[in-house]
Ligand binder design. Sequence first.
Ligand code: 2DT
Ligand code: MG
Length: 212
Amino acid sequence: EAEAGPSRGAFIVLEGLDRSGKSTQVQKLVEYLKSRGVEAEAWRFPDRTTAMGKMIASYLDSKSELDDCAVHLLFSANRWEKRSLMEAKLREGTTLIVDRYSYSGVAFTAAKGLPFDWCKAPEVGLPAPDAVLYLQIPPEAALERGGYGEERYEKLDFQRVVASKYEQLRDATWQDIDARKGPDEVQAVLRPIVDRMVQTCKQGRPLSRLWP
Ligand code: 2DT
Ligand code: MG
């Protein structure tokens, strides 16, 4: 175990297939933390508000075509452009609850057939999350929730491959969360995990870098 560093906010990532409930759970967690007096913000990747984010949004909306490698690097650069703000927020004690991160980056591009190591390389050196909470749901069950099919990648066969790539990304910070339950039940599972990590980071858990 590394020596304790300065007090800081926790960096928590929610991952999972489309329609696994990430966005709902991120919002609920931030509301919960704020109600408990914890400084917290909801973030998401891709961040579609930046110039690179707009290129990504247009690609996801099938309004433009991009080479698979080029768009992978754009997704990664979209994290790098937020890196210093992310680190500043954590340093000032703000907990970040983040909807998707590098794990989505690798899982979605690897699902297109690109080599895993190539996919991971541009993420090396980014801040590593303190916890990755993987909202696990069978792709068929996610599809039944509706709202699929509007964006690129929202197809059952592709989501099945993405799920298998996610499985290969498990590391020490990773926790599988059963996401087939209702939103309040899932939230009840997440809260104590997040509470504990907020405390641990407040006590100076050192921020590490990808890939741990
Ligand atoms: P949302 O549905 O969550 O807005 O995501 N994606 C995401 C990638 O291919 N690479 C990445 O690095 C990230 C963060 C997953 C939009 C889609 O973008 C995919 C779904
Ligand atoms: Mg989506």
